[in-house]
Design a protein. Structure first.
Length: 365
């Protein structure tokens, strides 16, 4: 079986971390099918390469810019030719629908969706938000659509009505667990991973650290990730007198994230909205309890015995939840916390679920 994946999100020299979730999914799918990838590369990510092999994945890059009609039409013509010989087309990322919608597909089509704007449209700029009801109609076109959680699947089902919508989670691979530290020093080490962006709300994270310090707790927060709010976050920590307790460590490779999770006591993610919230799942699988914002799909896998969902963006509420979860989970081992998820999100499980969807598509041709 030949599966041709189509995506606008994939690593380039310009953006080496872009679309890491696509790479993980394709590696899982490779255990069940021959995989090739068509990368519809936007101008800001284009490094000039057109054919390459990335981590064992055969890649064809096609320049793609929907805002330039001639280039868009040229990309669609090249895409149609490149799809020849595929048994299944698997698009990943909403923007790839803009190229596949006018394509003349003769083979089954699965689309996988991650886009947080489908569940939280208020995070979009005004012009795009006003056009969202029209854009979402593109989700009716694929033969099947998979979402990474039920939270995201619900609005997609509203659009697709009686057409199939499945749930296949993001890949979060189990690994070696680091035992939890003794806490004899009396300190509380918090960690967060993700972009320093409005939706992740790093400013309220700083507020929460200040609340904990005011209450007499020896607390630090290490934030792994970059973004446009980096300087505002740093300045806010200075204003509240907690600059030495808020460590902005920048973006880190996955092995370093795992290492830092192992050194932390609790994951704190005050997100305003997420779909799957990979970072929270990574923390649990690393054997660390979590306190996160409640809006999103994370409630589908966070067991109350090892974490808390906070329903409002209030530093006092986050402070209370952190102290409660820390007290309740302090006696739990890394293994006990990680077992709540186990291998549910492993590449083996996810790859098998995609393979089952391909088989259903081919059987219904």
């Amino acid at each position: 079986m030949i599966v041709t994946a189509v995506t606008t999100w994939f690593p380039t020299r310009q953006s080496p971390s872009r679309g890491a979730f696509v790479v993980r999914d394709l590696h899982a799918i490779q255990k069940h099918a021959d995989v090739r990838l068509i990368h519809l590369v936007p101008p800001h990510d284009d490094d000039g390469t057109r054919r390459l092999v990335h981590e064992g994945i055969e890649v064809l890059r096609i320049p793609f810019s929907p805002s330039h009609p001639r280039g868009w039409l040229r990309a669609i013509r090249v895409l149609n030719r490149a799809l020849s010989g595929s048994d299944v087309v698997h698009s990943m990322a909403f923007s790839s629908l803009l190229a596949l919608a006018p394509a003349r597909l003769e083979m089954p089509w699965l689309h996988t969706e991650h886009w947080s704007a489908l569940t939280t449209p208020d995070t979009l700029p005004g012009p795009i938000r006003s056009g969202l009801p029209i854009l979402t109609q593109l989700l009716r076109l694929p033969d099947r659509v998979s979402a990474v959680c039920n939270f995201l699947a619900r609005p997609i089902r509203d659009v697709r009505r009686d057409r199939p919508v499945d749930v296949v989670p993001c890949i979060v691979e189990p690994g070696n667990l680091v035992p939890r530290r003794s806490r004899r020093d009396g300190a509380l080490r918090l960690i967060s991973t993700g972009g320093l962006i409005e939706r992740k709300d790093p400013l309220i994270a700083v507020d929460t650290v200040a609340h904990l310090v005011d209450a007499g707790y020896d607390v630090t927060l290490e934030w792994l990730g970059d973004g446009p709010l980096k300087e505002a976050t740093r300045a806010h920590a200075v204003d509240l007198g907690v600059s030495e307790r808020v460590i902005l460590a920048g973006s880190q490779p996955s092995h370093k994230v795992r290492e830092r999770l192992g050194a932390a006591d609790l994951f704190f993610g005050p997100t305003r909205a997420d779909n799957f919230f990979v970072s929270a799942a990574e923390a649990l699988i690393a054997g660390r309890p979590v306190v996160v914002g409640a809006t999103g799909g994370q409630g589908e896998y966070i067991d109350p015995g090892v974490g808390a969902l906070v329903p409002r963006q209030d530093p006092a509420a986050y402070t209370s939840a952190i102290l409660d979860v820390d007290a309740r989970t302090r006696a739990l081992s890394s293994d006990e916390i990680a077992s709540v998820i186990g291998d549910r999100f492993s590449s083996e499980r996810v790859g098998r679920e995609y393979a089952n969807l391909y088989e259903q598509l081919l059987a219904n041709q």
